[in-house]
Design a protein around this ligand. Structure first.
Ligand code: FA5
Length: 337
Protein backbone atom coordinates (compact mmCIF):
# COMPACT_ATOMS: atom_id res chain seq x y z
CA UNK A 1 0.00 0.00 0.00
CA UNK A 2 1.25 3.52 -0.71
CA UNK A 3 1.57 5.93 2.16
CA UNK A 4 -1.12 8.16 0.69
CA UNK A 5 -3.86 5.52 0.82
CA UNK A 6 -6.28 5.65 3.76
CA UNK A 7 -6.17 2.38 5.68
CA UNK A 8 -9.01 -0.03 4.88
CA UNK A 9 -9.92 -2.12 7.90
CA UNK A 10 -11.26 -5.16 6.02
CA UNK A 11 -11.45 -7.43 9.06
CA UNK A 12 -13.39 -4.75 10.92
CA UNK A 13 -15.78 -4.29 7.99
CA UNK A 14 -16.40 -8.03 7.77
CA UNK A 15 -16.86 -8.60 11.50
CA UNK A 16 -19.09 -5.59 11.91
CA UNK A 17 -21.18 -6.67 8.89
CA UNK A 18 -21.53 -10.26 10.12
CA UNK A 19 -22.59 -9.05 13.59
CA UNK A 20 -25.27 -6.80 12.12
CA UNK A 21 -26.58 -9.57 9.86
CA UNK A 22 -26.77 -11.99 12.77
CA UNK A 23 -28.61 -9.39 14.86
CA UNK A 24 -31.34 -8.77 12.25
CA UNK A 25 -34.67 -9.85 13.71
CA UNK A 26 -36.85 -9.96 10.56
CA UNK A 27 -36.53 -10.09 6.79
CA UNK A 28 -37.50 -6.37 6.69
CA UNK A 29 -34.87 -5.56 9.26
CA UNK A 30 -32.35 -7.54 7.20
CA UNK A 31 -33.18 -5.46 4.13
CA UNK A 32 -32.12 -2.26 5.87
CA UNK A 33 -29.02 -3.98 7.29
CA UNK A 34 -28.18 -5.00 3.70
CA UNK A 35 -28.19 -1.32 2.66
CA UNK A 36 -25.77 -0.49 5.47
CA UNK A 37 -23.45 -3.47 4.99
CA UNK A 38 -23.15 -4.01 1.23
CA UNK A 39 -25.42 -1.34 -0.30
CA UNK A 40 -24.98 2.16 -1.60
CA UNK A 41 -24.47 3.79 1.77
CA UNK A 42 -22.17 1.05 3.03
CA UNK A 43 -18.64 1.40 4.35
CA UNK A 44 -17.76 -1.36 1.92
CA UNK A 45 -18.72 0.78 -1.05
CA UNK A 46 -16.80 3.70 0.44
CA UNK A 47 -13.78 1.46 0.74
CA UNK A 48 -14.20 0.36 -2.87
CA UNK A 49 -14.23 4.00 -3.97
CA UNK A 50 -11.02 4.60 -2.09
CA UNK A 51 -9.26 1.86 -4.03
CA UNK A 52 -8.51 4.43 -6.73
CA UNK A 53 -6.21 6.19 -4.38
CA UNK A 54 -4.05 3.12 -3.95
CA UNK A 55 -0.87 2.51 -5.82
CA UNK A 56 -1.70 0.41 -8.91
CA UNK A 57 0.35 -2.54 -7.66
CA UNK A 58 -1.69 -2.62 -4.42
CA UNK A 59 -5.07 -1.96 -6.03
CA UNK A 60 -5.55 -5.47 -7.37
CA UNK A 61 -4.78 -7.26 -4.10
CA UNK A 62 -6.91 -4.88 -2.08
CA UNK A 63 -9.76 -5.20 -4.63
CA UNK A 64 -9.68 -8.97 -4.37
CA UNK A 65 -9.66 -8.83 -0.57
CA UNK A 66 -12.61 -6.45 -0.67
CA UNK A 67 -14.52 -8.77 -3.00
CA UNK A 68 -13.92 -11.68 -0.65
CA UNK A 69 -15.37 -9.71 2.24
CA UNK A 70 -18.35 -8.75 0.07
CA UNK A 71 -18.94 -12.40 -0.93
CA UNK A 72 -18.72 -13.51 2.72
CA UNK A 73 -21.22 -10.86 3.79
CA UNK A 74 -23.63 -11.69 0.96
CA UNK A 75 -23.53 -15.38 1.79
CA UNK A 76 -24.21 -14.61 5.48
CA UNK A 77 -27.08 -12.38 4.37
CA UNK A 78 -28.64 -15.15 2.23
CA UNK A 79 -28.38 -17.68 5.03
CA UNK A 80 -29.90 -15.29 7.57
CA UNK A 81 -32.68 -14.38 5.11
CA UNK A 82 -33.71 -18.05 4.71
CA UNK A 83 -33.62 -18.53 8.47
CA UNK A 84 -35.79 -15.52 9.17
CA UNK A 85 -38.21 -16.37 6.32
CA UNK A 86 -38.72 -19.86 7.76
CA UNK A 87 -39.46 -18.49 11.21
CA UNK A 88 -41.84 -15.90 9.78
CA UNK A 89 -43.69 -18.57 7.73
CA UNK A 90 -44.06 -20.84 10.75
CA UNK A 91 -45.40 -17.94 12.82
CA UNK A 92 -47.85 -17.02 10.08
CA UNK A 93 -49.09 -20.62 9.67
CA UNK A 94 -49.52 -20.98 13.41
CA UNK A 95 -51.53 -17.75 13.63
CA UNK A 96 -53.74 -18.77 10.71
CA UNK A 97 -54.29 -22.36 11.92
CA UNK A 98 -57.92 -23.26 12.44
CA UNK A 99 -58.45 -25.21 15.64
CA UNK A 100 -60.94 -27.89 14.70
CA UNK A 101 -60.67 -29.88 17.93
CA UNK A 102 -63.97 -30.12 19.70
CA UNK A 103 -63.77 -29.12 23.30
CA UNK A 104 -66.30 -31.25 25.14
CA UNK A 105 -67.78 -29.01 27.75
CA UNK A 106 -70.35 -30.66 29.96
CA UNK A 107 -70.54 -33.66 27.61
CA UNK A 108 -70.47 -37.07 29.27
CA UNK A 109 -68.42 -39.65 27.43
CA UNK A 110 -70.11 -43.06 27.36
CA UNK A 111 -68.58 -46.47 27.98
CA UNK A 112 -69.28 -50.11 27.26
CA UNK A 113 -72.17 -51.83 29.04
CA UNK A 114 -70.97 -53.66 32.20
CA UNK A 115 -71.81 -57.06 30.67
CA UNK A 116 -69.80 -56.14 27.55
CA UNK A 117 -66.92 -55.04 29.78
CA UNK A 118 -67.03 -58.43 31.55
CA UNK A 119 -67.23 -60.27 28.21
CA UNK A 120 -64.16 -58.41 26.88
CA UNK A 121 -62.21 -58.87 30.09
CA UNK A 122 -62.93 -62.60 30.22
CA UNK A 123 -61.83 -63.00 26.61
CA UNK A 124 -58.61 -61.16 27.47
CA UNK A 125 -57.95 -63.43 30.45
CA UNK A 126 -58.29 -66.58 28.32
CA UNK A 127 -56.45 -65.23 25.30
CA UNK A 128 -53.66 -64.42 27.76
CA UNK A 129 -53.71 -68.10 28.77
CA UNK A 130 -53.33 -69.18 25.13
CA UNK A 131 -56.98 -69.85 24.26
CA UNK A 132 -58.63 -68.95 20.96
CA UNK A 133 -62.04 -67.26 20.85
CA UNK A 134 -64.68 -69.34 19.00
CA UNK A 135 -68.24 -68.50 18.01
CA UNK A 136 -71.48 -70.30 17.25
CA UNK A 137 -74.94 -69.26 16.04
CA UNK A 138 -77.70 -68.03 18.37
CA UNK A 139 -80.24 -70.10 16.42
CA UNK A 140 -79.17 -73.73 16.74
CA UNK A 141 -80.22 -77.18 15.67
CA UNK A 142 -81.69 -79.44 18.29
CA UNK A 143 -78.86 -81.84 17.47
CA UNK A 144 -76.02 -79.40 18.34
CA UNK A 145 -77.80 -78.02 21.40
CA UNK A 146 -78.90 -81.40 22.85
CA UNK A 147 -78.31 -84.72 21.02
CA UNK A 148 -74.62 -84.23 20.34
CA UNK A 149 -74.20 -83.18 23.97
CA UNK A 150 -75.46 -86.56 25.14
CA UNK A 151 -79.00 -85.30 25.77
CA UNK A 152 -81.14 -87.39 23.42
CA UNK A 153 -84.85 -86.69 22.87
CA UNK A 154 -86.87 -87.62 25.94
CA UNK A 155 -83.84 -87.20 28.24
CA UNK A 156 -85.02 -85.56 31.50
CA UNK A 157 -82.15 -83.04 31.28
CA UNK A 158 -83.98 -81.37 28.40
CA UNK A 159 -86.62 -80.23 30.88
CA UNK A 160 -83.94 -78.32 32.78
CA UNK A 161 -83.43 -76.09 29.78
CA UNK A 162 -86.66 -74.19 29.21
CA UNK A 163 -86.22 -74.04 25.49
CA UNK A 164 -87.59 -71.53 23.00
CA UNK A 165 -88.17 -73.24 19.65
CA UNK A 166 -88.12 -71.53 16.29
CA UNK A 167 -90.63 -72.37 13.57
CA UNK A 168 -88.18 -73.73 11.03
CA UNK A 169 -87.92 -77.24 9.60
CA UNK A 170 -89.57 -80.18 11.39
CA UNK A 171 -91.17 -79.16 14.74
CA UNK A 172 -88.59 -79.09 17.53
CA UNK A 173 -85.61 -79.19 15.18
CA UNK A 174 -84.55 -75.54 15.48
CA UNK A 175 -84.22 -73.51 18.66
CA UNK A 176 -82.66 -70.49 20.32
CA UNK A 177 -79.58 -72.02 21.93
CA UNK A 178 -80.08 -72.56 25.65
CA UNK A 179 -76.34 -72.55 26.39
CA UNK A 180 -73.01 -72.00 24.65
CA UNK A 181 -72.14 -75.73 24.87
CA UNK A 182 -73.11 -76.45 21.20
CA UNK A 183 -69.98 -74.46 20.29
CA UNK A 184 -68.02 -77.39 21.78
CA UNK A 185 -69.47 -79.66 19.08
CA UNK A 186 -69.02 -77.13 16.27
CA UNK A 187 -65.39 -76.58 17.26
CA UNK A 188 -64.54 -80.29 17.48
CA UNK A 189 -66.14 -80.89 14.08
CA UNK A 190 -64.20 -77.98 12.58
CA UNK A 191 -60.72 -78.64 13.92
CA UNK A 192 -58.45 -81.44 15.08
CA UNK A 193 -57.31 -81.53 18.72
CA UNK A 194 -55.50 -80.13 20.60
CA UNK A 195 -58.26 -77.57 21.22
CA UNK A 196 -58.12 -74.62 23.60
CA UNK A 197 -61.11 -72.32 23.03
CA UNK A 198 -63.52 -70.04 24.82
CA UNK A 199 -66.87 -69.14 23.29
CA UNK A 200 -68.69 -66.18 24.81
CA UNK A 201 -72.21 -65.58 23.56
CA UNK A 202 -75.87 -64.83 24.11
CA UNK A 203 -78.20 -67.62 25.18
CA UNK A 204 -81.97 -67.88 25.66
CA UNK A 205 -84.28 -69.70 28.08
CA UNK A 206 -87.93 -69.54 28.95
CA UNK A 207 -86.84 -68.41 32.44
CA UNK A 208 -88.81 -65.83 34.42
CA UNK A 209 -86.62 -62.85 35.23
CA UNK A 210 -85.66 -62.45 38.87
CA UNK A 211 -82.62 -61.12 40.76
CA UNK A 212 -80.34 -63.89 39.41
CA UNK A 213 -82.15 -65.01 36.22
CA UNK A 214 -82.84 -63.42 32.85
CA UNK A 215 -84.55 -64.96 29.80
CA UNK A 216 -81.74 -63.65 27.60
CA UNK A 217 -78.32 -63.83 29.19
CA UNK A 218 -74.67 -64.54 28.38
CA UNK A 219 -72.35 -67.46 28.94
CA UNK A 220 -68.71 -68.11 28.29
CA UNK A 221 -67.98 -71.67 27.29
CA UNK A 222 -64.53 -73.21 27.62
CA UNK A 223 -63.28 -76.36 25.92
CA UNK A 224 -59.87 -77.98 26.23
CA UNK A 225 -59.05 -81.23 24.43
CA UNK A 226 -55.53 -82.55 24.57
CA UNK A 227 -53.56 -85.65 25.55
CA UNK A 228 -53.68 -86.51 29.26
CA UNK A 229 -56.01 -83.71 30.42
CA UNK A 230 -57.29 -84.39 33.95
CA UNK A 231 -59.65 -82.97 36.55
CA UNK A 232 -56.67 -81.22 38.15
CA UNK A 233 -56.20 -79.20 34.95
CA UNK A 234 -59.85 -78.16 35.09
CA UNK A 235 -59.66 -77.11 38.76
CA UNK A 236 -56.41 -75.23 38.14
CA UNK A 237 -57.85 -73.42 35.12
CA UNK A 238 -60.99 -72.31 36.96
CA UNK A 239 -58.89 -71.10 39.86
CA UNK A 240 -56.56 -69.22 37.48
CA UNK A 241 -59.30 -67.48 35.52
CA UNK A 242 -61.46 -66.52 38.49
CA UNK A 243 -58.43 -65.12 40.32
CA UNK A 244 -57.42 -63.20 37.19
CA UNK A 245 -60.97 -61.85 36.83
CA UNK A 246 -61.90 -61.12 40.47
CA UNK A 247 -58.43 -60.64 41.94
CA UNK A 248 -57.38 -62.47 45.09
CA UNK A 249 -59.50 -62.56 48.23
CA UNK A 250 -62.81 -64.00 47.04
CA UNK A 251 -64.14 -67.32 48.38
CA UNK A 252 -65.29 -70.07 46.02
CA UNK A 253 -66.28 -73.72 46.08
CA UNK A 254 -66.70 -76.56 43.60
CA UNK A 255 -69.56 -78.93 44.37
CA UNK A 256 -70.50 -82.13 42.58
CA UNK A 257 -73.33 -81.82 40.10
CA UNK A 258 -74.76 -83.57 37.07
CA UNK A 259 -74.54 -82.55 33.42
CA UNK A 260 -75.10 -85.20 30.71
CA UNK A 261 -72.20 -83.82 28.65
CA UNK A 262 -69.54 -84.05 31.38
CA UNK A 263 -68.49 -86.83 33.73
CA UNK A 264 -67.67 -86.10 36.47
CA UNK A 265 -69.42 -82.72 36.66
CA UNK A 266 -69.27 -79.87 39.14
CA UNK A 267 -70.84 -76.53 39.84
CA UNK A 268 -68.72 -73.49 40.73
CA UNK A 269 -70.02 -71.01 43.34
CA UNK A 270 -68.64 -67.75 44.71
CA UNK A 271 -69.54 -66.20 48.05
CA UNK A 272 -71.20 -62.79 47.97
CA UNK A 273 -70.41 -60.00 50.46
CA UNK A 274 -73.59 -60.87 52.42
CA UNK A 275 -72.28 -64.43 52.89
CA UNK A 276 -74.71 -66.10 50.46
CA UNK A 277 -73.40 -68.26 47.61
CA UNK A 278 -74.02 -67.56 43.92
CA UNK A 279 -73.70 -70.28 41.31
CA UNK A 280 -71.50 -68.99 38.50
CA UNK A 281 -71.15 -71.98 36.22
CA UNK A 282 -70.92 -75.66 35.50
CA UNK A 283 -67.93 -77.70 34.44
CA UNK A 284 -66.54 -81.20 34.13
CA UNK A 285 -64.57 -83.70 32.07
CA UNK A 286 -65.99 -84.00 28.55
CA UNK A 287 -68.15 -87.15 28.27
CA UNK A 288 -66.80 -89.75 25.78
CA UNK A 289 -70.13 -89.64 23.87
CA UNK A 290 -69.64 -85.91 23.33
CA UNK A 291 -66.10 -86.45 22.07
CA UNK A 292 -67.42 -89.08 19.66
CA UNK A 293 -70.19 -86.74 18.43
CA UNK A 294 -67.44 -84.21 17.71
CA UNK A 295 -65.40 -86.79 15.81
CA UNK A 296 -62.73 -87.04 18.52
CA UNK A 297 -61.41 -90.44 19.66
CA UNK A 298 -61.92 -90.75 23.47
CA UNK A 299 -59.21 -93.41 23.60
CA UNK A 300 -56.65 -90.91 22.40
CA UNK A 301 -57.86 -87.58 23.73
CA UNK A 302 -59.47 -86.27 26.91
CA UNK A 303 -60.70 -82.85 27.87
CA UNK A 304 -62.63 -80.56 30.13
CA UNK A 305 -65.37 -78.01 29.52
CA UNK A 306 -67.04 -75.25 31.48
CA UNK A 307 -69.88 -72.80 31.00
CA UNK A 308 -70.10 -69.67 33.15
CA UNK A 309 -72.78 -66.99 33.33
CA UNK A 310 -71.18 -63.70 32.26
CA UNK A 311 -74.00 -61.59 33.73
CA UNK A 312 -73.53 -63.28 37.09
CA UNK A 313 -69.72 -63.02 36.97
CA UNK A 314 -70.09 -59.30 36.33
CA UNK A 315 -72.68 -58.93 39.10
CA UNK A 316 -70.18 -60.31 41.63
CA UNK A 317 -67.40 -58.08 40.37
CA UNK A 318 -69.52 -54.92 40.30
CA UNK A 319 -71.53 -55.76 43.44
CA UNK A 320 -74.88 -55.78 41.64
CA UNK A 321 -77.54 -57.61 43.65
CA UNK A 322 -80.24 -57.72 40.97
CA UNK A 323 -79.13 -58.57 37.43
CA UNK A 324 -82.41 -57.30 35.94
CA UNK A 325 -80.90 -53.81 36.36
CA UNK A 326 -78.51 -54.53 33.51
CA UNK A 327 -81.28 -54.38 30.95
CA UNK A 328 -83.60 -51.70 32.29
CA UNK A 329 -81.63 -49.15 30.28
CA UNK A 330 -81.43 -46.75 33.21
CA UNK A 331 -78.40 -44.61 32.42
CA UNK A 332 -78.13 -43.53 36.08
CA UNK A 333 -77.52 -47.18 36.96
CA UNK A 334 -75.32 -48.13 34.00
CA UNK A 335 -73.08 -45.07 34.21
CA UNK A 336 -71.76 -46.27 37.61
CA UNK A 337 -69.80 -49.14 36.04
C1 FA5 B 1 -75.15 -74.91 31.49
O1 FA5 B 1 -75.72 -74.11 30.77
C2 FA5 B 1 -74.04 -75.78 31.00
N1 FA5 B 1 -74.00 -75.72 29.57
C3 FA5 B 1 -72.73 -75.38 31.63
C4 FA5 B 1 -71.63 -76.34 31.39
C5 FA5 B 1 -70.80 -76.21 30.31
C6 FA5 B 1 -71.44 -77.42 32.25
C7 FA5 B 1 -69.79 -77.11 30.07
C8 FA5 B 1 -70.44 -78.32 32.05
C9 FA5 B 1 -69.60 -78.18 30.95
P1 FA5 B 1 -76.38 -74.10 33.66
O2 FA5 B 1 -77.74 -74.25 33.17
O3 FA5 B 1 -76.10 -74.40 35.10
O4 FA5 B 1 -75.30 -74.99 32.82
O5 FA5 B 1 -75.93 -72.61 33.36
C10 FA5 B 1 -74.59 -72.19 33.54
C11 FA5 B 1 -74.53 -70.82 34.17
O6 FA5 B 1 -75.27 -69.89 33.40
C12 FA5 B 1 -75.18 -70.75 35.55
O7 FA5 B 1 -74.28 -71.20 36.54
C13 FA5 B 1 -75.45 -69.28 35.67
O8 FA5 B 1 -74.28 -68.55 36.01
C14 FA5 B 1 -75.83 -68.92 34.27
N2 FA5 B 1 -77.29 -68.92 34.12
C15 FA5 B 1 -78.11 -69.97 33.95
N3 FA5 B 1 -79.39 -69.58 33.79
C16 FA5 B 1 -79.37 -68.24 33.86
C17 FA5 B 1 -80.38 -67.22 33.74
N4 FA5 B 1 -81.64 -67.49 33.49
N5 FA5 B 1 -80.00 -65.92 33.88
C18 FA5 B 1 -78.69 -65.61 34.09
N6 FA5 B 1 -77.70 -66.52 34.19
C19 FA5 B 1 -78.03 -67.81 34.08
Amino acid sequence: MSDAAPPIDLDGLRDDGLARIAAATSTDDLKSVEGDVTGKRSALLEARKSLGQLAPEDRKTAGQALNEVKTTLEAAMDARRSELAAVELATQLESERLDLTEVPTGVTVGHAHPVTQAWDELEDVFVGMGYRVAEGPGIETDWHNFDALNIPKGHPARDGFDTLYVEHGPPGSTLLRTHTSPVQIRTMLAQEPPIYIVAPGRVFRRDTADATHLPVFHQIEGLVIDKGISLADLAGTIEAFTTAYFGPGYTSRLRPNYFPFTEPSAEFDVQRPDGSWLELGGCGMVHPNVLRAGGVDPEEWSGFAFGFGIDRLASIKFGISDIRNYFRNDVRFLSQF
